[in-house]
Design a protein around this ligand. Structure first.
Ligand code: PLP
Length: 397
């Protein structure tokens, strides 16, 4: 079965667009135009120029010598942490802001939980001069004060979501309500490979620059453009989708998706969607999600805000059920140790999300000749306080 989206917006049985009637017009406009716009020469020129001059691409593919020696295999790090704003999310927000301009939109809305996607969206709105409104749960606003301050400095309006648990899903509801009320001038920037079709495919294509670069960068350093393993952490799944994209049909490449097991898969405090998820609908898409017996979405938990999501995108649900990708769950403790190890062996402080991907080397044996490429999705500056508080009590041992 194909690993690519079909013309109905499905990967296997997952995907689609399960949206209220009142959103149909907005989503349909995007669906009819996104591939056309992305194929347009002036769009491609603008996108590639901003990726180069503003984001700083190509991001290096770095051979991690000391980490490789420690695990007796060849480990390359795809350095998305070196992008402007410190993670892969900017690849997508640049693409979507240009898409919005091509579709004649003047106003941007987004929702954010930890604030990373909100900052990436506020950044590209400042870059292009479009109005920016970011919905965020009142609880998250209090928890993520530095990112709220960043968004405001960048000129965005941060609107609190005051209903429900006042976290991400409530912010999402507010954003959807806004979009329904502003169908003609507003584009809704979604931050991962989630949401109704065409978002998962559009976001995967914007992030696919990651695997496009891995191909020629690996070829420069090895005899081949084909790694044995591609390893990435999965929240919604966009950095993984970008790292896998040009290798999806190349079955020699083993795909490893790393989820957050929090305090343990069966602890009740986890975000290990593949292990715990059932088929359901979240954010307009049919996928795997964590839910109770009566279909209520379970509150996820992870020490990393970016992996703290109760579902995965439909591509990843498909890669899991078809067996194309291997899913591994990593606990908070395992991730934090792997993060500290990268600091001390390579001088790179990774985002805690990314540290989950790095923890795979303790869980699984690789051959000395294996070429393993890890998507280093982001840098750890934003997580410094979490690292400090964690290692105060545990000392990293
Ligand atoms: C947001 C984020 C993630 C998780 O998002 P995906 O869509 O799964 O990639 C992972 N790493 C970092 C650094 C992030 O900021």
């Amino acid at each position: 079965m194909s690993n690519h989206i079909n013309d109905k917006g499905y990967y296997g049985e997952f995907g689609g667009a399960f949206i209220p009637e009142m959103l149909y017009q907005n989503v349909e406009e995007l669906r009819q135009n996104y591939l056309k716009v992305m194929a347009d020469d002036s769009f491609k020129r603008d996108f590639n120029k901003l990726l180069k001059d503003y984001v700083g691409r190509p991001s290096p593919l770095y051979f991690a010598k000391r980490l490789s020696e420690k695990y007796n295999t060849k480990i390359y790090l795809k350095r998305e942490d070196l992008n402007h704003t410190g993670a892969h999310k900017i690849n997508n927000t640049i693409g979507q802001i240009l898409m919005a301009k091509h579709l004649g939109k003047s106003r941007i809305i987004a929702e954010t939980g930890a604030g990373q996607h909100g900052v990436a969206t506020a950044t590209v709105c400042a870059l292009t001069g479009l109005e920016c409104i970011v919905y965020m749960g009142e609880v998250d606003i209090a928890r993520q004060a530095p990112n709220v301050a960043r968004m405001k400095m960048l000129g965005a309006e941060v609107r609190p979501a005051l209903s429900g648990s006042r976290t991400l899903k409530d912010a999402t509801n507010e954003a959807i309500r806004d979009w329904i009320n502003n169908p003609t001038n507003t584009h809704y920037i979604i931050g991962s490979v989630v949401g109704p079709h065409p978002y998962p495919d559009m976001v995967a294509r914007f992030q696919s620059v990651i695997s496009e670069e891995i191909k020629w960068q690996l070829k420069e350093q090895e005899d081949t453009d084909t790694p044995d393993y591609l390893i990435a952490c999965v929240g919604g799944g966009s950095n993984a989708a970008g790292a896998y994209f040009h290798y999806l049909d190349d079955n020699e490449v083993n795909l490893i998706a790393v989820e957050a097991a929090g305090l343990g898969i069966y602890s009740g405090e986890s975000a290990a969607t593949s292990a715990l998820g059932e088929v359901g609908i979240i954010h307009g898409s049919k996928t795997l999600l964590m839910q109770s017996k009566d279909g209520q979405i379970t509150e996820p938990y992870s020490i990393s805000a970016g992996l703290d999501y109760p579902g995965v995108g439909p591509l990843h649900a498909h890669l899991y059920t078809s067996g194309r990708a291997e899913f591994i769950s990593i606990t908070d403790d395992e991730a934090m140790k792997a993060g500290l190890e990268l600091c001390q062996l390579e001088g790179i402080i990774p985002a805690i999300e990314t540290a989950h991907a790095l923890a795979v080397f303790k869980q699984k044996d690789f051959k000395p000749t294996d070429i393993c490429v890890v998507s280093l999705s982001g840098r750890g500056d934003k997580d410094l306080e979490t690292y400090i508080n964690y290692f105060k009590t545990d000392n990293g041992k």
